[in-house]
Ligand binder design. Structure first.
Ligand code: ADP
Ligand code: ASP
Ligand code: MG
Length: 413
């Protein structure tokens, strides 16, 4: 089977949904498994619903607003389809009913039970539309297949259960399912981390021993820089899994970093292509492909924090101290994107997704003098040469590090 994944940008409006049909007519869709994300920025909007719910704000109006957006897309796609309108309305009724009845104070649990609706609704709409124009497909609930533990918002895959579930699936039809979702041992919904739909496609490709996987994007493929920030970004025709995993790890957000590992294990060819120009080859990612063309690659990670801890008593930064600091960071789910130490100080570039940085600083302030710069950017340049390492960032340089062919600079913009 082939696995396709269409992200939020590809289904942000009715035109986008119609375009998927065009892509499928071009590529064919026999023995295909298609993973779809929530429409446009729906996940962000549903995150706001959860925030409002916990702040005792007006979450009901926000839900209504999201429902209206989906109804508008459905009205543009269907002249008259009572069933689709009814099922959209039902999803939003269910969110309201769940929140009214909910007693759990667990933010992450509630988040997953609410935010999952973005993917459930978008796949319902796309599936119904494709069926209505003769592209027959079978909608499935991915939560019956992808099993995880109960780490809400970051579900860890139970591979053996998941593989077993996919083994029972009949191989023939054209399937449509949701990205980003799974379910825990008690069948509560889990999510796999923001932007996790690429990863879902890779999990499915792995379980089905797929012949290839293609993710369809609003860019020509993987480029040597994000075209939103670099005007002269160029398409990379071929890269290896290793290069792709490094680029994604350093922050090239075109592919979710977890995507490559399952594909590489089974050596499944992976393509990143443009949903606007499906006839173009895009980027091919396979084993041991040499970067072609061989270019320096630029990656920017925004919203970072540079923290320098210096021992108050002038003692060395020893392994036990580093271990204690990292254990605290791990417990607070703060990611370390770069580190550097000297005799008595340790500098860390930290990403604070769950807003726990202040708690961390309180934890360590008795032993260390703390210097910090919030809102810095981490610039990474892979395969750098003398020419490319000049002037690829603007702003004041705070820290620089070179590891093999990778140069990293922390900048105050
Ligand atoms: P999806 O619709 O699947 O969610 P994303 O928006 O997550 O897609 O990813 C596509 C975006 O990734 C592009 O619009 C582009 O701005 C950004 N991007 C970041 N780095 C790169 C890169 N190296 N090459 C191409 N696109 C990149
Ligand atoms: N809809 C989810 C998100 O926006 C998952 C995804 O799009 O990959 O994070
Ligand atoms: Mg995305």
């Amino acid at each position: 089977m082939k696995v396709f994944k269409f992200g939020g940008a590809s289904v942000k409006d009715a035109e986008g949904v119609k375009n998927i049909a065009d892509v499928l007519e071009f590529t064919g869709y026999k023995e295909t498994f298609m993973v779809i994300s929530a429409m446009g920025k729906t996940t962000n909007a549903l995150e706001t619903v959860v925030e409002l719910y916990f702040e005792k704000g007006d979450y009901v109006s926000k839900i209504k607003e999201i429902e209206e957006q989906h109804l508008k897309i459905a009205k543009d796609l269907f002249q008259d389809s009572e069933e689709v309108f009814y099922s959209i309305n039902q999803f939003f009724e269910d969110i309201n009913a769940f929140l009214r009845r909910n007693k759990s104070p667990n933010y992450n649990f509630v988040y997953d039970q609410v935010v999952c609706c973005g993917e459930l609704i978008s796949t319902k709409i796309v599936s119904a539309y494709l069926n209505s124009i003769g592209i027959e497909n079978t909608w499935i609930d991915v939560r019956d297949f992808i099993k995880t533990d109960d780490t809400y918002r970051e579900g860890k895959i139970n591979w053996s259960e998941t593989e077993k579930n996919f083994a029972n699936l009949e191989k023939g039809p054209f399937y449509i399912t949701q990205g980003f979702l799974g379910s825990d041992p008690n069948f509560f919904t889990t999510t796999l981390g923001r932007e996790g739909s690429d990863y879902t496609a890779a999990i499915i490709a792995y379980c089905l021993d797929a012949e290839s996987m293609t993710i369809w994007k609003d860019v020509p493929g993987v480029m040597n820089a994000d075209p939103r920030f670099f005007d002269d970004a160029q398409l990379l025709n071929k890269i290896s899994y290793e290069e792709a995993i490094e680029l994604a790890y350093y922050g090239a957000s075109v592919i979710h970093p977890k995507t490559m590992q399952p594909l590489r294990q089974k050596e499944i060819p992976f393509y990143v292509k443009s949903f606007l120009n499906p006839e173009n080859p895009g980027t091919e990612i396979q084993k041991e492909l040499r970067l072609d063309p061989f270019l320096p690659c630029y990656i920017v990670k925004k919203d970072q924090n540079l923290i320098t801890l210096t021992t108050k008593d002038f003692s060395f930064i020893t392994e036990d101290k580093i271990s204690d600091i990292f254990n605290r960071l791990y417990a607070l789910k703060i990611n370390v994107n770069m580190m550097q130490n000297s005799a008595i100080s340790l500098s860390l570039c930290l990403e604070d997704k769950y807003l726990h940085l202040d708690e961390f600083l309180l934890n360590v302030e008795s032993g260390y003098k703390i210097d910090y710069e919030k809102n810095v950017s981490l610039y990474t340049l892979r395969h750098f040469d003398e020419k490319s390492s000049y002037s690829f960032y603007k702003g004041k340089e705070l820290l620089r590090q070179i590891i093999k062919n990778t140069l990293q600079i922390i900048v105050k913009e």
